[in-house]
Design a protein around this ligand. Structure first.
Ligand code: FES
Length: 383
């Protein structure tokens, strides 16, 4: 028997629901923030945002990697600009120049004797955030006490397609999309096995639900497809964890998945010779920013942005605001996905929207049920 979605319309459009997710889900959510080689020198940092929490990963002078909330303890200015770089030997707030060490300890307060005679520096260091590393990928969590091992454990022993450091892949210029949909609409599309043969008929070309399967790994999910199921999507040659090139006919045959959804905000997708890692950044109840880092083979362009419809050279953002062709004419499955997610969001905004049935099966829409269950288990709402 078919079953309705478990999350109602308000979960996708209501700012109050979004705030609930910030307080109860994102406050303790792991998300991809970078790779260990982003942080070679003391002061190297990456700045990310997890559901409204600005966080920075920074290597300190002792060589340790740490994560802090990117919020000054004086009046709240953010301290790390852009996506990343090197902050120098200390972290200086541009507003009143409070100065922090690279581990977040408060070191200097201008005019302290005059303006803050009683201030105790030891109580006003940058707030720590959680940090974990898995196969060279760095994840952060707004909660400094969040248990990374518990979160990663369900996939820790699963076959993993790449070790970035054993392969001679090159990192391409990241892709940044602003998508006009709730983050869950995009995530649900990514784990929806039912649409592949239909929305993507001209690009991915399948598979149909009987030829692919999602497997649960805790709250995470891994997608596998059989040989006939994926005609155009999976790489024919790929490097294994030891950097050896092999020829594969399917992800299932190769033993690793074609998509890894790391609940709730990270997607890892093997590509020929490399990986693509997408971090979802919920920016409001109805908007999401996607940042996609990808590592490519020698024949691939290091900057694919100019080939993607909607890329704005001035802002560096890809958005449907700049589309000039119909998405189904672009030959790009990601553009097709953005298009359909924005159309779903438009439909959800309508007061006439009613929950419809979800298809059955791990190769269809079962993963959306699992996703909803994981979300509801963290939110204080009636199921
Ligand atoms: Fe940072 Fe004042 S807000 S020093």
């Amino acid at each position: 028997m078919t079953e309705l979605h478990r999350l109602g319309r308000e979960a996708y459009i209501d700012p109050v629901w979004h705030e609930r997710e910030v307080d109860q889900l994102f406050l303790n959510a792991w998300c991809f923030a970078g790779i260990t080689s982003d942080f070679k020198e003391a002061g190297d940092y990456k700045a990310v945002e997890i559901g409204g929490f600005p966080i920075a990963v920074v290597r300190n002078k002792d060589g340790d990697l740490g994560a802090v909330h990117n919020v000054c303890r004086h009046r709240g200015a953010t301290l790390f600009d852009g996506n990343g770089g090197n902050i120098g030997k200390s972290i200086v707030c541009p507003y009143h120049r409070w100065t922090y060490g690279l581990a977040g300890e408060l070191r200097g307060v201008p005019d302290k004797q005059t303006c803050f005679p009683d201030l105790e520096r030891s109580k006003l260091g940058l707030k720590p955030a959680g940090l974990g590393i898995f196969k060279g990928l760095v994840f952060v969590n707004p909660d400094p006490n969040a248990n990374f091992d518990d979160w990663i454990a369900p996939i820790a022993d699963q076959a993993w397609p790449h070790d970035l450091y054993a392969s001679d892949v090159r990192e391409a210029v990241p892709l940044v999309y602003d998508v006009k949909c709730n983050w869950k609409v995009f995530a649900e599309n990514a784990i929806d096995g039912y649409h592949l043969a239909y929305l993507h008929e001209q690009t991915l070309g399948g598979p149909t639900p009987d030829k692919n399967v999602w497997e649960q790994a805790g709250d995470h999910m891994i997608w596998y497809a059989n040989e006939e199921g994926v005609r155009h999507r999976l790489p024919k040659k790929i490097r294994d964890e030891n950097g050896k090139i092999g020829t594969i006919k399917s992800a299932q045959q190769a033993g690793f998945g074609g998509v890894y959804f790391l609940f709730p905000l990270t997607l890892v997708v093997p590509t020929p010779y490399g990986l693509s890692i997408t971090a979802l950044k919920p920016t409001s109840a109805s908007t999401t920013r996607l940042t996609i880092r990808h590592w490519v083979g020698p024949w691939q362009s290091l900057d694919e942005r100019k080939y993607i419809q909607g890329f704005d050279k001035k802002t560096g953002i890809i958005s449907s605001d700049n589309w000039t062709r119909h998405p189904l004419e672009t030959g790009d499955f990601q553009t097709e996905d953005v298009w359909i997610c924005e159309k779903v969001q438009q439909g959800l905004q309508s007061p006439a929207f009613e929950l419809g049935p979800l298809s059955l099966g791990p190769g269809a829409e079962d993963p959306i049920r699992w996703f909803h269950r994981s979300i509801l288990s963290r939110l204080q709402v009636s199921d």
